[in-house]
Design a protein around this ligand. Structure first.
Ligand SMILES: [Zn+2]
Length: 345
């Protein structure tokens, strides 16, 4: 009997509470498609006697509506992902789950600090490509071909080509060259960036690290300007009681050249393992830009002089935070990184 079937299916539909979209889809396939139960019942309705049609017709239409409503109800819940029951909501009185906030990488913190100090002195920030040609990385900077000074920096070559090899830059000095080639003096900029050397990775050396170089070229720039600028920088970064000393050194691109030491930040000059009991630690190389380099870059060395300096950001960070192993900077160990200042931009 049609009446009994409708009654039976109505009970089934009332009990129906799908837990997944798949169950709901099975429900649709069972009842609502062209060969589904609803359509079958309407087919069967055609065969009942005329006196039954009036009462049964109403029942059947109500049944059809209840099937469709049930389907729509769950369809909406699964579609919006808001199917809710008390079990899934959980205990609303519990405190919320905290979320982890990242921290800045120590190298980024120190680079930012260095950049801020030089910005106050009127230096702008310049950047350049990490893949360089021989001219910008070596030749323009007074490293003649086959010159032994090139061996000071083990290079990752990308492409050997006659007279102008392509390599990963070994220092950010290449940015200085590009700046002078493409502009007119005065130049007063710092160049922070990543550099690459073909070295075995250890606690004290890595195949990539970060530098900040600086360049100041103008009429009448002297070594006194260089000393005063760097002295100011060190006092800002490490504190006013930090002392400095300059030792003569050699770089192909500066003449005269010097290395700058500061009084040990750990023992304040009394002597410790960091400073090898000398009381001093080296932090940067510097000097007056060699006139050859100025000429190579199209700057008139009879009119202009300049100074340049360069430091490793890792070195400065090691001193500031007493980090003894360079590898920590690139291992991405959260236990290390999370110790540094959290700063929202
Ligand atoms: Zn010391």
């Amino acid at each position: 009997m049609l009446q009994d079937k409708i009654q039976q299916y109505t009970e089934e539909i009332e009990r129906f509470a799908p837990q997944s979209a798949q169950e709901l889809e099975a429900f649709r396939l069972k009842f609502l498609v062209a060969k589904g139960i609803v359509r079958d019942l309407f087919e069967e309705f055609k065969t009942v006697s005329a006196d039954q049609k009036r009462a049964l017709g109403k029942t059947l239409n109500e049944f059809k509506q209840s099937v469709e409503q049930k389907y729509k109800l769950f369809q909406a819940q699964f579609a919006s992902g808001t199917q809710s029951s008390k079990k899934e909501i959980g205990d609303l009185t519990l405190p919320g789950e905290g979320f982890a906030v990242g921290s800045r990488h120590p190298l980024s913190l120190v680079r930012k600090e260095i950049v801020e100090i030089f910005k106050k002195l009127g230096f702008t920030v310049a950047e350049g490509p990490e893949i360089e040609d021989d001219w910008h990385n070596f030749s323009a900077l007074n490293f003649p071909p086959e010159h032994p000074a090139r061996d000071m920096q083990d290079t990752f070559f990308i492409k050997k080509q006659a007279g102008n090899d392509i390599a990963l830059r070994t220092h950010t000095s290449s940015v200085q060259v590009r700046m002078m080639e493409n502009g007119t003096p005065p130049f007063r900029s710092i160049m922070p960036g990543r550099v690459y050397r073909n070295e075995a990775i250890s606690a004290r050396a890595h195949c990539f690290f970060h530098q900040v170089e600086g360049l100041y070229v103008d009429k009448g720039v002297s070594f006194a300007d260089l000393k005063q600028t760097l002295y100011h920088f060190v006092q800002e970064l490490f504190g006013e009681d930090t002392r400095v000393r300059f030792r003569p050194s050699y770089f192909p691109f500066t003449e005269p050249s010097a290395e700058m030491d500061i009084s040990c930040t750990i023992c304040k000059g009394k002597g410790c393992t960091l400073c090898k009991h000398t009381g001093w630690v080296e932090i940067l190389g510097c000097g007056m830009v060699d006139p050859n380099v100025l000429e190579n870059c199209g700057v008139d060395s009879a009119k202009y002089t300049g100074f340049a300096f360069g430091m490793g950001i890792e070195r400065i960070t090691n001193l500031k935070y007493e980090i003894k192993d360079l590898r920590l900077f690139s291992e991405n160990d959260v236990r290390f990184l999370s110790q540094f200042e959290t700063e929202l931009i």
